[in-house]
Design a protein around this ligand. Sequence first.
Ligand code: F6P
Length: 367
Amino acid sequence: MNRTPLRRIGVLTGGGDCPGLNAVIRVVTKAAILKLGIDVLGIEEGFLGLIEDRVRPLRYDDVSNILTAGGTILGTNNRANPASFVTGYGADGTPIRADVTDRVLATVERHAIDLLVCVGGDGTMSAANGIIRRGVPCVGVPKTIDNDLMHCELTFGFTTAVQTASECLDKIRTTGASHHRIMVVELMGRNAGWLTLHAGLASGADVILIPEIPYDLDSVCDFCIRRAEAGRRFTLIAVSEGARPRGGQQVVDRIIVESPEPIRLGGIAQKLAADIETRIRRETRATILGHVQRGGAPVAFDRVLATLLGHKAIQMAALGEWNQVAVWRQGRTDMAPIAAVADQQRLVELDDPLIAVARALGACLGD
Ligand code: F6P
């Protein structure tokens, strides 16, 4: 198939949603129509829409008035990797998997799609990488509230999630302070502590526990006691869903067998609160912020970042810089190979300046 010049592109949003996806869909569609004069097709629910042939035209008017809206007008899905797609279940409930990449290729051919703009995290980039290997050009736009994409210093959606989480921490602070309680608040982020570290610093959390630093329960309890002895009877603890005690395990909320990444973390806040209460007999309450962190309108910064990265992706598409993902590096847009981003996680380094500043402020990091 001759794909130059581009005549028609598809856009999909995959993985967990995050604020700013609509801003990308908007700029990709508008710039493709206005600057390149080409057609845009919207793929519903990420790669699932390619597997099931759910594709619709996106016209200029379809993407008007969506800049500020949370979620994604295309829908998304974090269970559909064509290379290992669940097509049914055995008698014992075991999922039956098949490589359905041919169905994806058939949809691409049927709609004469020359290139796919894949907006997603490492899982979506992994799926994109699979179809790149079968000859379908892609450009990627990275998104995640976890901010854990390799080669990308900042993903859109993250700043909004930090803002939301920080507002929640602020509210927990006032009720916790009134009751002189220890308040444990669990934040998302999978195996990366970025969200907890940023929101914890933004809200002045007293204890910040992230997956990259397994915590020592004695250290956390001693810290709470020392605060109480100093007259600070209230302690705010921000803990990542992926945090774990030293020598212990992460707390798994559920296993989603259909998902390429089946483990869903969650519940460390209750465990930690119970452990603290048992150990030092001070009233301790747990709150899990959950999906509220992914919802709502993007903050202005994320609208701009999403728009810049979506525009960069269209520029890359037009210039033939394919199979790359648009990234944010050193204060400007750049690109990295999709293969280098797929199935990777960018974790917090222990020498990160945010760790140093948290320590300088006297926060307990659990070690
Ligand atoms: O990757 C984004 C994220 O919100 C993670 O922080 C969290 O662990 C996961 O997705 C939750 O996934 P789900 O929406 O399937 O529960």
